[in-house]
Design a protein around this ligand. Sequence first.
Ligand SMILES: *Cc1c(COP(=O)(O)O)cnc(C)c1O
Length: 466
Amino acid sequence: MDPFDAISPRKVLERVSTLLGCSQTSNEVATYLDNHDELKHLREQFLLPKVAELPPSDLTLVDGTKECIYFVGNSLGLQPKMAKKYIDEELDKWAKMGVHGHLQGSRPWAWAENNIEELMANVVGAKAEEVALMNGLTVNLHILLLSFYKPTAKRHKILLEDKAFPSDHYAVESQIQLKGYDPKESMLLMKPRPGEEVLRTEDILDTIEKEGDSIAVVLFSGVQYYTGQLFDMAAITKAGQKKGCYVGFDCAHAVGNAELKLHDWGVDFACWCSYKYVNSGAGGLAGAFIHEKNAHTVKPALTGWWGHNLKTRFRMDNEMDLLPGISGFRLSNQPVLLVCPLQASLEVFAMTSMAALRKKSRLLTGYLECLIQHYYNKDKAQPHKPYVHIITPSHPEERGCQLSLSFSVPIAAVFQELEKRGVACDMREPNVLRIAPVPLYNSFSDVHRFITVLGSALAASKELLQ
Ligand SMILES: *Cc1c(COP(=O)(O)O)cnc(C)c1O
C-alpha cells in the first residue's frame, strides 16, 4: 500500500494503524509515514533551528538540543544549506576581482538572476520568459498595477478580498487614488457570507458576473494569508476575463505551497515574495509574471536600463530597446547576494516537483487536521474543555499546507506555552494561530510532536488563567 495515494488522510490513518496494530493517534503511525515518505531526504537540505536557540530561551521546558518544531515556513522559510556557500562564493569573487565579477565566474552578476528564472518558472507553472526576479513583492504589485490598472469612468474598480494582506490593500488603495479615483467607490471588497469565515467560489464568480462590467482588475491572493484558503484561480481567471477584466494574483502564500499553472490558466499577471515557502531569506528577491499573450500589448509605465535588451544594454546609447513582457519591467540591476539564497532554495525544488510536494502536503496537513479533530473538537458533554476550531477549508483542493486555528481560550497564553515547548508558529490577532507543516522539510513526527505539545500548552495556559 502506498499511504500517499489520493485516498483521504483519515482512511490512510485507519489503514496504517490497522496494519501496525496500534491506535491512530500513536507515534508509530507518524514513524511509519515518515519511513514511507519519498521526500523525507529534502529536510537535510535545510538548517533547522534548535530549541535552545529560539526565544524565550530561559523558559524552555524541553531539551534545548532538539530540533524545534518549525511550523512557520508560511512566514519565513528555513535556510537552505547551500545559501551560505553561494553567498561566500560571491563575496570571495568580489574581494578577488572587484568589478570583473559582473562578467566572470559561475554566477556573473550582470545576469545572475536570469540563470535561475527557469527554476522559478517551474515552481509557478510558467515559461521562463514570463517570469522576472526583481524588487520586493509590494513594489512588483505596484509596477504591475501601473500597467494593468487603466481605469475609465465606466470600468474603474478593482475587486479584491475584504481582508487582503495589508500591503496589498494599501497598494490597491493608493493606485486608485493615483489614477484620480476614489477608493470608496472603486475598491470592491469581497466579504464571506455572514457567519462564514472563507469566501465561496460561487460567490466570487457571481460578483464577477454581476459587477464585471465596472471592474478593471480582479486581484485575489492565491492562498489567503489569514485563513489559508486556496482560491480556484483557474475559475476566477476565466470568469474575470469573460467580463473583459484583467485578472492577477498575489501568490505570496501560494508559491512553493500550491501547484500553480499560471501559464495554462491564462492568468494575466502575478507577483510573489520568495522568503515564505520559497526560503530565500528575509527580504529576498521577489517574483513577477506576465502571461506571454500580454507580452507585446502591456508595456511598463516605468522603465530602467535593466529592461533594455541585454545584448546592447551596455552600449549606453540612450535608445531604449525594450525587452518584451515582464523582462521589460526590470528597472535596476539585481542584488547578487539575494540571488544566491534563492538559487539554493530553487535547486531543492528542482530535486522534486510541485505535484510530489502537494501529494505529501495533502497527507501531512490532513494528518494534522485529523489529530486536532480527534483531541480538540468542541465537546458538548465537557463544556469547559478547551476546543480548537479550524478556519481553513477542509477540502484539500481549497487549501495549501497551512491550517488556521482559533481557540476557545485566549491564544496569547497558548502561543507562549507552545514557544516554551519548542514550537515556532505564528499568532495573528484577533485569535488565530497559523500552523504550516511544510512538505519540503516538515515530517509526520513533527506533526505528532506538535499535537502532544499542544495538549500540555493548553493545560498550562488554563492553569495560568485560573
Ligand atoms: C507576505 C506578504 C506581503 C509582504 O510584502 P513585501 O512587499 O514582501 O514586504 C504582501 N502581500 C501578501 C499577500 C503577503 O502574503
